[in-house]
Design a protein around this ligand. Structure first.
Ligand code: 5RP
Length: 226
């Protein structure tokens, strides 16, 4: 079993009967969704899923998981998702799979958030992994210039055919190749104030529990207290 599968399966243990569960996106979250599907089939677990991308929606529907949109539920009990990087103080970046907007919306309405990662995602300082910023296409070249005037080394994410990748909301992603984010809160606040930025991949003060897959010690679970 690979590390992503180990944490995916472990995280599904936190899902209890009757819960409304935010279902994350990516290659790690994939295993969590599969495990929830298995538990529903084999253990009679009942949940309602709130998906964070079209890809996860397709997977969940294929497994027979009943779904509602974030606007159809009163709350979300628990969201389980992957992450691109998690710093020593449990701040994170997300959006490598271009699903950061729905991921942040669903997480922000969740009573509890669990991130599932392999050990390669645990870092001292965020920023080696490019930070995704979702922007509306109109004015995106201007934003790109603005970012690059600040030496943020932004690049519009492209598809294989060289055209800009479109998110599930038909926006673009500008990846900021920052190498190190010394002050995530300051950067998040600045990005929050730029016209045309829909959302960014800094997920600050959001996670409650981190489940890490390690090759030496197996699964490690950390409760995050703030
Ligand atoms: C998608 C995400 C993913 O959760 C993140 O990129 C981690 O993905 P993976 O588990 O495939 O490494 O934020 O937008």
């Amino acid at each position: 079993m690979n590390l992503k599968q180990m944490v995916g399966i472990e995280s599904a243990k936190y899902v209890k009967d009757g819960m409304i569960v935010g279902l994350g996106t990516g290659s790690t979250a994939y295993y969590m969704v599969e495990e929830i599907g298995r538990r529903m089939k084999e253990e009679g677990l009942h949940i309602t899923g709130v998906t964070t991308s079209k890809a996860t929606e397709e997977q969940a529907l294929g497994l027979g998981i009943p779904l509602k949109s974030i606007d159809e539920v009163s709350h979300v009990d628990l969201t389980i998702d992957g992450a691109d990087e998690i710093s020593a103080d449990f701040q994170g970046t997300k959006g490598g799979g271009a699903a950061l907007l729905f991921e942040k919306i669903v997480a922000s309405y969740s009573k509890e958030v669990i991130w599932i990662v392999d050990e390669s995602k645990m870092v001292n300082l965020l920023g080696k992994f490019p930070l995704p910023v979702e922007v509306i296409p109109y004015g995106s070249e201007q934003l790109l210039k603005k970012f690059n005037n600040k030496q943020y080394n932004g690049k519009i994410r492209l598809q294989e055919d060289g055209t800009p990748l479109l998110t599930d909301s038909n926006n673009y992603i500008i990846d900021l190749h920052l190498e190190a984010i010394e002050n995530p809160q300051e950067l998040a606040t600045w990005l929050d104030h730029q016209v045309g930025v829909v959302e960014h991949g800094l997920f600050l003060n959001i996670v409650n529990r981190v489940i890490i897959g390690t090759s030496s010690e197996g699964v490690k679970t950390i409760e995050v207290t703030r």
